[in-house]
Design a protein around this ligand. Structure first.
Ligand SMILES: [Zn+2]
Length: 348
């Protein structure tokens, strides 16, 4: 395992994007929203001051062949109205992080895309980025100089970067002014991460209560006491699928490797290398451009506080919970009472 990374600058070799030789015709790329990470980063920097967060203002731009959008971290409107900025939802802040907002609001498949972030990303966003199939992360060099990073940098080095290494996500530090990139970690070409427990996707004829109940029955039979989630979704061609997903370590970590198991069992404050099933579902749907069919989302236990906030960020209003007395921790159940009491998320 690597003990350190080449940040913030200096020791790493300097990389530049290849530039076209003079006189060469520029390739036409009609589907590209941003032609390079520098313009994508500029789009994030342009909106970061508009973040409603009083101290930690962060923005991100997700870009690729099919996607191009910028978001700041923010409080979803229903949470802001009911709870304001000060109150936590369970043990989670009420904010959706900028990187995660880009992913869950992308509308098109995020697989193979890149993301620019104004600040070093937290372990939760690292996991979401990995599971959404994003392959490159660019961090603005100024993000490493902020107070926020000084306070939270430990998690970046010990957890966020390890998630990226395992998942094969390359990470670069970016200087806008002189269009310079310094690799912090570069994934080997054609790297395929370990995947112990892939999301199970099966085609269905039509999304009905009867089909949903059949899929749920199979889920209970196959997963028994493990925490799992199920969703009925449609793709861009209006084809329907059922997705079944278990809680599992984030993509790239395998239960076959003792060193991985050791890392997975290590927790740092509220962070872990586990990915909860609702978050896995949300990221899988984003990765493949799948849309949830309203009312067909199930979780065998109460989702964690963070998952519930992300559901609201994704515009989801209802989740069916198998056992509403069961959760990873008591704060998840507190979050459920808060959000159901305010009529923001319905639990059936
Ligand atoms: Zn984050």
């Amino acid at each position: 395992m690597r003990s350190g990374y080449n940040y913030p600058c200096g020791r790493a070799s300097r990389a530049r994007l290849p530039t076209a030789p003079q006189g060469a015709r520029r390739l036409k790329r009609p589907n590209m929203y941003f032609s390079d990470p520098f313009t994508a980063m500029q789009a994030a920097v342009d909106i970061v001051a508009g973040s409603p967060h009083p101290t930690n203002k962060v923005a991100a731009t997700l870009f690729g062949r099919n996607v191009g959008l910028s978001r700041t971290n923010y409080w979803p409107e229903p949470i802001l109205t009911a709870f304001g900025k000060e109150q936590d939802i369970g043990n989670s802040s009420g904010t959706v992080h900028a990187e995660t907002a880009c992913i869950i609001q992308a509308m098109h498949a995020t697989e193979g895309s890149s993301i620019c972030v104004t600040d070093p990303f937290c372990p939760n966003c690292a996991k979401n980025i990995a599971e959404a199939g994003i392959k490159k992360i660019y961090i603005d060099h100024k993000g490493f100089e902020k107070d926020f990073f000084a306070r939270r940098g430990g998690h970046f080095q010990t957890m966020s970067m390890q998630v990226c290494e395992k998942a094969g996500v390359s990470v670069y530090e970016l200087w806008r002014k002189d269009e310079r990139l310094v690799p912090i970690f570069e994934a080997p070409a054609n790297f395929v991460p370990d995947e112990d427990s892939p999301v199970y996707k099966e085609p269905i004829q039509s999304p009905t209560e009867a089909v949903f109940h059949d899929i749920l029955a199979a889920g209970f039979k196959n997963h028994q006491k493990r925490k799992f989630a199920i969703a009925l979704v449609s793709d861009a061609h209006d084809k329907y699928f059922a997705l079944t997903v278990r809680a599992h370590a984030v993509t790239g970590f395998t239960m076959e490797d003792p060193e991985d198991i050791d890392m997975i069992q290590r927790h740092e404050e509220k962070y872990s290398f586990f990915q909860e099933p609702i978050n896995r579902l949300l990221m899988y749907m984003a990765r493949h451009g799948l849309t949830l069919l309203p009312d067909y989302l199930f979780c065998s236990q109460v989702p964690t506080s963070r998952e519930q906030v992300n559901l609201i960020g994704a515009g989801i209003k209802r989740v069916t919970v198998g056992d509403p007395a069961k959760a990873r921790d008591i704060t998840a159940i507190e979050a459920m009472w808060q959000l159901s009491g305010a009529g923001i998320l319905n639990y059936t």
